[in-house]
Design a protein around this ligand. Structure first.
Ligand code: HEC
Length: 123
């Protein structure tokens, strides 16, 4: 995450230097590009780590909760599974994998959706 910040700051600096040299060049999108170039996969895994998901989950191995691969294969091909999982991530859930419930997570709706998409992509 910090790397992304540093990258954006650097690119903004670079951008403003270029502007001084060739003030006529209208390249407005410059500062946004380095962020887009980052692999989204890494970003979402970093988000999962930041949100503490790995305290109870692992991509490959069952811990307190099911492995994300297990989750992905259980919901593979089910319509709306990303929305379902996003809701469960945000509000918590129980009874799908055993007796231990998952508490609601401190994520925004948007983050929950990103995480659900990521979970479904790890299989
Ligand atoms: C305190 C432990 C804990 C934390 C932290 C946790 N989970 Fe879970 N998670 C569980 C448990 C336990 C289950 C199984 C619940 C059940 O049986 O329905 C689960 C289930 C899930 C499922 C499957 C839901 C379903 O309905 O099949 C997903 C997806 C998931 N977690 C994602 C996440 C993400 C993403 C995070 C981080 C934002 C996270 N979890 C953080 C314990 C946790």
């Amino acid at each position: 995450m910090r790397k992304v910040l540093i990258l954006s700051v650097l690119s903004i600096m670079l951008f403003s230097c270029q502007q001084k040299q060739q003030a006529s060049a209208p390249s407005q999108e410059m500062p946004a590009k380095p962020q887009e170039a980052k692999a989204p996969q890494d970003e979402r895994a970093a988000l999962a780590s930041e949100k503490g998901c790995f305290a109870c989950h692992d991509v490959n191995v069952k811990k307190v909760g099911p492995s994300f691969k297990e989750v992905a294969s259980k919901y593979e091909g089910i319509t709306g599974s990303i929305d379902t999982l996003a809701k469960r991530i945000k509000n918590g859930g129980s009874g799908k994998w055993g007796n231990v419930p998952m508490p609601p997570q401190n994520v925004t709706e948007e983050e929950a959706k990103k995480l659900a998409e990521w979970v479904m992509s790890v299989r």
